[in-house]
Design a protein around this ligand. Structure first.
Ligand code: ADP
Length: 171
């Protein structure tokens, strides 16, 4: 894994299901029904109890965040947040994506988490342009005022490089 350390923010390349942190964030859908991509990987690694717990939550609006235990995952909790589907940028996508990060961090603080790991929300099947998403993600995390250690877990080289570019611009 490659690392780029900062005060309370770290960028790595890896698989979020392997992260031994207080909470990992799931790029969920609004039904919280599990799916492909990182959502599918998290559900497979957490085991069937995660699906049961999610069904009791009655879905989650885009940009909001709801929490469950991590079950068989090394992480204690999973924070589920549906990011926006990219429709070209005129449907409030930027604000909604920012909300996903901020509301996930709020859930983490409310539940006394100290370490949190995020995937790159909305930049897979939901098609959000990677560089724009990276800028929003890093901005939201860096502006969030709480004693949290946040790791951004990028699954592939292209994603890692986009977040590195966004980080360099912010530094
Ligand atoms: P969305 O529907 O929000 O776009 P996706 O799961 O399709 O979510 O993609 C979001 C990001 O998660 C993509 O960069 C994808 O490569 C990445 N991803 C997929 N599996 C994992 C994993 N196990 N750990 C971390 N990131 C992952």
């Amino acid at each position: 894994m490659e690392e780029k350390p900062m005060a309370n923010f770290k960028l790595i390349k890896g698989d979020i299901t392997k992260m031994k942190v207080d909470a990992i964030v799931n790029a969920a859908n609004t039904a919280l029904s599990g799916g492909g991509g990182v959502d599918g990987a998290i559900h497979r690694a957490a085991g069937p109890q995660l699906d049961e717990a999610c069904r009791k939550l009655n879905g989650c609006p885009t940009g909001e965040a709801k929490m469950t235990p991590g079950f068989d995952l090394p992480a204690k909790y999973v924070i589920h947040t549906p990011g926006p589907i990219w429709h070209g940028g005129s449907r409030n996508e930027a604000q909604l994506l920012r909300n996903s990060y901020v509301n996930s961090l709020k859930r983490a603080v409310e539940n006394n988490c100290r370490t949190v790991a995020f995937p790159s929300i909305s930049t897979g099947v939901y098609d959000y342009p990677l560089d724009q998403a990276a800028k929003i993600a890093i901005g939201a995390i860096k502006e969030f005022d709480a004693p949290l250690e946040v790791t951004m877990v990028c699954f592939d080289e292209g994603t890692f490089m986009a977040y590195e570019r966004a980080l360099d611009k912010l530094a």
